[in-house]
Design a protein around this ligand. Structure first.
Ligand code: IPE
Ligand code: MG
Length: 220
């Protein structure tokens, strides 16, 4: 979800105004994901590298996360959405941690959209964490499944489609293990401007892409 800061800058607003507007796009895309039967969606909300931003912006984001939990929990429950977090939340304030944990618990029996929020997430540290956990519980060579079973995404399917808004064509340490065979979709639109129509375009792109997973399908 890239481009919040630039969206705000274009309007001579503080960066946090862009992040706030970005929350509206999240609402639109969640609704659309449910409409189009997407089983799992993951939002990259805060990376391990985002701690390098000015403290004013970080504090603003933490406040936004907290306010969004307060205002959206009921809606998430009514819409049968199950929320899970990818990332290490132990670094957040106790208050925010308990809000997050209670949101996870309250939505844990929901059966509709699986909504993952990547918070204080970085793929490299996730992989290292998984290797350490796996090697503790097993002697001898690790297999792929030992690693996948210890990622934040254990029990979840690999990523089918990755969408990055805001014009940059990079992955920024996002789900590096899980995107090995993902289709990648980059769009210049800034996240606060990302619409239902843009999302549908991305789904069409995915639908019209033949997935090969390394085999010769389609070539013979
Ligand atoms: C991404 O938007 C949102 C978060 C990191 C929460 P940016 O804040 O990176 O926006 P730009 O790239 O400065 O426009
Ligand atoms: Mg950015």
């Amino acid at each position: 979800m890239d481009g919040n800061g630039r969206w705000a800058k274009k309007r001579l607003l503080p960066r946090i105004a862009g992040h706030k507007k970005g929350l509206d796009s999240i609402g639109v895309i969640i609704k659309s994901a449910i409409n189009y039967n997407v089983s799992t969606a993951t939002l990259y909300a805060f990376s391990t590298e985002n701690w390098n931003r000015p403290s004013e912006e970080i504090n603003g984001l933490m406040e936004l996360f907290s306010d969004a939990i307060d205002s959206q929990t009921d809606k998430l429950i009514t819409n049968d959405i199950r929320v899970r977090i990818l990332g290490d939340i132990s670094i957040f304030t106790n208050k925010l941690q308990s809000k997050i944990k209670s949101l996870i618990k309250k939505t844990s029996i929901n059966k509709g959209l699986n909504l993952n929020i990547a918070l204080n997430y970085g793929a490299r540290s996730e992989i290292i964490m998984a290797v350490n956990k796996a090697s503790k519980s097993k002697t001898g060579a690790l297999l792929e499944k030992d690693l996948t079973g210890n990622l934040y995404t254990k029990d979840m399917p690999d990523v089918d489609l990755l969408i990055r808004t805001g014009g940059q064509k990079r992955l920024s340490n996002f789900l590096l293990w899980q995107i090995a065979y993902s289709e990648l979709y980059f769009i210049d639109t800034l996240w606060p401007d990302f619409s239902d129509k843009d999302f549908i375009d991305a789904l069409y792109f995915f639908q019209n892409t033949e997935r090969k997973f390394g085999n010769l399908k389609g070539n013979i």
